[in-house]
Design a protein around this ligand. Structure first.
Ligand code: PMP
Length: 404
């Protein structure tokens, strides 16, 4: 009886499509980083490569104090916790990091998770269930969509950053605002634009919906204390829950959620991705804690990122490759299609510059983009070198017209 393909037949079909469309071509999935020399330099294909596609915005993955903290924690707590927080994985380091995050945000409760993806799974999964609505900005990250799918809530999306559309979707959902969770990001990770949190939080607060902001890419970069875009835009009191990650500016791995609402104080016990997975390894927790202290005390790094971002944005615009969003730590330059995008990306890599090549569904609006990220660890000479490589390879691949 002919029916839908079996599991192996489907997997074989997928592998064949993959082989046909990608084959042996160098793609972002097959690049091997042979050595990491610094936050912004690595060896790829035996070549020293300038990295403009990591999320090490502050360069803290190589900070000597963070490395020393990780080494000291490893010497006294071992390499891993070997259990979840509710078993034997609840160490003083974990409790201390949660206290530190709560203090950084000036909020009552912080919970740490083993990744940012798991923080979204846990926080969203602990908040909503079948019968509730989850209303997401159309550009939200996959972890947010997956968390909502797993929760059983009805998923609705609103037009990117359009508060009027958000209000309309909530009104037409047939589900009470009190049973509606709205999720947005602070800094959007692909195109690098910022949420209009003032307009969005005015809608959610006015209706009584719950607002969760994912500050994965904005922690350590925005706001006077580095708490993210909600702080920078002065709307923290209208944001119910903030989620973030340690895998970007903090330079390790892990996630957190933080809230001031006593109603959510037991959220961790409803979060399956908290209960049923091993807690973070001690060296990671210690490095995260040190990095958060640096974020709290050293705003110079933040200023350097934005100065670098301005220079990169200005340089690309002068080359006729204006990024899609205003200057910021993340930028994206549209490519005229997958083939020219991949050709340009490969040529850049072979010339010693690493950026991110992104295609749908990882990008919104069907865009093919070369995404870059800027770090405080980039020197002015690194930026000049990157722009020179882009100018030369852009002409070579036809993405840039030859200079007159
Ligand atoms: N949220 C957003 C907005 C992200 O961009 C990412 C990672 N790219 C995550 C969550 C997941 O974070 P992590 O890498 O810590 O799992």
């Amino acid at each position: 009886m002919a029916g839908p393909p079996g599991i192996k037949a489907r997997a074989r079909g997928f592998a064949e499509v993959f082989d046909r469309s990608i084959g042996d071509a160098l793609t972002p999935l097959s690049v091997v980083i042979e050595k990491v020399l610094s936050p912004v330099r690595a060896v790829i294909e035996g070549r020293e490569t300038l990295m403009f596609g990591t999320n090490s915005y502050l360069g803290l993955n190589f900070d000597p104090a963070c490395i020393a903290a990780a080494e000291a924690a490893m010497a006294s707590f071992g390499t891993g916790s070997t259990a979840s927080r509710v078993a034997s994985g609840n160490q003083a380091l974990h409790v201390g990091l949660e206290r530190q995050i709560a203090e950084l945000y000036g909020r009552r409760d912080a919970t740490i998770f083993s990744t940012g993806f798991m923080a979204n799974l846990g926080a969203i999964g602990g908040l909503v269930r079948e019968g509730d609505a989850a209303v997401l900005d159309a550009h939200c990250h996959a972890s947010i969509f997956d968390a909502c799918k797993l929760s059983g809530a009805k998923i609705l999306t609103f037009r990117h950053n359009d508060a009027a559309d958000l209000a309309r979707i909530i009104a037409e959902s047939g589900i009470a605002p009190s049973r509606t969770l709205v999720v947005v990001e602070g800094l959007y990770s692909v195109l690098g634009d910022l949420a209009d949190l003032d307009a969005i939080s005015t809608v959610t607060a006015g209706l009584g919906a719950v607002l969760l902001v994912d500050e994965a890419h904005s922690l350590g970069l925005y706001g006077a204390r580095g708490r993210g875009v909600a702080e920078a835009q002065g709307v923290e009191d209208k944001v119910d829950i903030i989620v973030g990650t340690f895998s970007k500016s903090v330079g390790v791995v892990g996630g957190y959620c933080v809230t001031d609402d006593p109603a959510f104080r037991a959220l961790r016990f409803a979060a399956r991705s908290y209960l049923y997975t091993a807690s973070l390894p001690p060296p990671v927790v210690a490095a995260a804690s040190q990095a958060l202290s640096i974020i709290r005390d050293d705003s110079d790094k933040r200023r350097t990122v934005f100065r670098n971002a301005e220079t990169v944005h200005r340089g690309l615009t002068a080359l006729g490759l204006p990024p899609l969003a205003p200057p910021g730590p993340v930028g994206a330059v549209p490519m005229p299609g997958i083939k020219p995008g991949l050709d340009t990306w490969t040529a850049l890599l072979r010339a010693g510059l690493y950026v991110n090549m992104l295609i749908p569904p990882a990008t919104p609006n069907g865009e093919v983009v070369l995404r870059y990220s800027v770090s405080a660890a980039h020197s002015p000479r690194d930026i000049d070198a990157a722009l020179d490589i882009i100018a030369a390879t852009g002409r070579q691949t036809g993405v840039l017209r030859p200079a007159a």
